[in-house]
Design a protein around this ligand. Structure first.
Ligand SMILES: NC(=O)c1ccc[n+]([C@@H]2O[C@H](COP(=O)([O-])OP(=O)(O)OC[C@H]3O[C@@H](n4cnc5c(N)ncnc54)[C@H](OP(=O)(O)O)[C@@H]3O)[C@@H](O)[C@H]2O)c1
Length: 249
């Protein structure tokens, strides 16, 4: 049985998931969409190639915030509701690089781009939630247990590019940012927070999720300075602790 078999009926709902080629995404999302149980589902890819009857793709590159904004605008021009947004696209421990917008690549891909994207879609999500049962509208930010290994002082706001840190530390800092962003969104818009309930402007349930150690392309693209990460994955695999995309979903 796939994990998708236990999902409730998602008919007449609109979802966006970023990172259209991810293993985790394929199981959690495309599978359902192609079974026709999701009314509208929007895949975000770097190139818009994936599409099916209920599913279409929008082009987005997290390393270009301009495409993040234009993609959100395009979506807002097409749709009148958004029930779920899964910020799944991400990179890990890639070679140090500064984007043309001046940010370290993992910081921008994993945190800044989702932040911009969410901010553009918030109003529509709040509007969508009005009149629906509590917790109907959701944001899921794919984080990682790596956030526990972020720099001890937390996010280095004086220079988020962390020029002297390892590739993996850049990832860990970006994933801590996902967790903190999630907490803030909950405080501002979550159903359990008085500010959201009192405002009567709708609510959004937001969570950060670590999917487990999943077989995917994430580690393939990682460039680690030592064999530490590879060895850690090997030992986890030997003990049966590395999961496929379905279980991660
Ligand atoms: N796998 C794990 O063990 C694990 C553990 C903890 C957390 N996570 C998190 O789970 C999420 C999904 O990871 P995954 O394991 O499924 O990795 P994956 O197979 O490498 O998928 C990552 C997805 O992100 C997309 N992406 C990367 N850079 C992008 C950019 N600049 N613009 C737009 N899309 C971009 C990739 O597109 P392209 O194919 O075009 O590059 C791909 O679709 C990530 O946020 C990751 O941090 C994974």
């Amino acid at each position: 049985m796939s994990s998708c078999d236990s999902l409730p009926d998602l008919g007449r709902k609109v979802y966006i998931v970023t990172g259209g080629n991810s293993e985790i995404l394929v199981f959690s999302f495309l599978y359902q969409a192609c079974q026709n149980s999701i009314e509208q589902s929007v895949l975000h890819n770097r190139s818009s190639s994936t599409a099916c009857r209920t599913c279409y793709s929008l082009e987005i590159d997290h390393l270009s915030l301009a495409t993040v904004v234009s993609s959100a605008k395009l979506f807002l021009a097409k749709e009148t509701a958004l029930h779920g947004l899964a910020n799944n696209a991400g990179i890990m421990a890639t070679t140090f690089r500064i984007s043309k917008e001046g940010h370290e690549a993992q910081w921008q891909t994993n945190y800044l781009a989702p932040w911009v994207f969410i901010s553009r879609l918030l109003l529509l999500m709040l509007k969508t939630s009005k009149g629906l049962p509590s917790r109907s509208v959701r944001i899921v930010n794919l984080s990682s247990s790596g956030h526990y290994s972020a720099p001890k002082g937390g996010i280095n706001f004086s220079d988020t590019s962390l020029p002297d840190a390892s590739n993996l530390t850049h990832y860990d800092q970006s994933k801590l940012a996902n967790v903190l962003h999630t907490k803030t969104l909950n405080q501002l818009y979550g159903p359990d927070w008085p500010s959201a309930a009192a405002a009567g402007n709708g609510e959004i349930w937001t969570t950060a999720a670590h999917p487990g150690l999943i077989e995917s392309n994430l580690g393939v693209k990682a460039e680690m300075p030592s064999g530490f990460f590879v060895e850690r994955h090997k030992s986890v695999r030997r003990s049966g602790g590395r999961w496929d995309g379905d279980r991660g979903a």
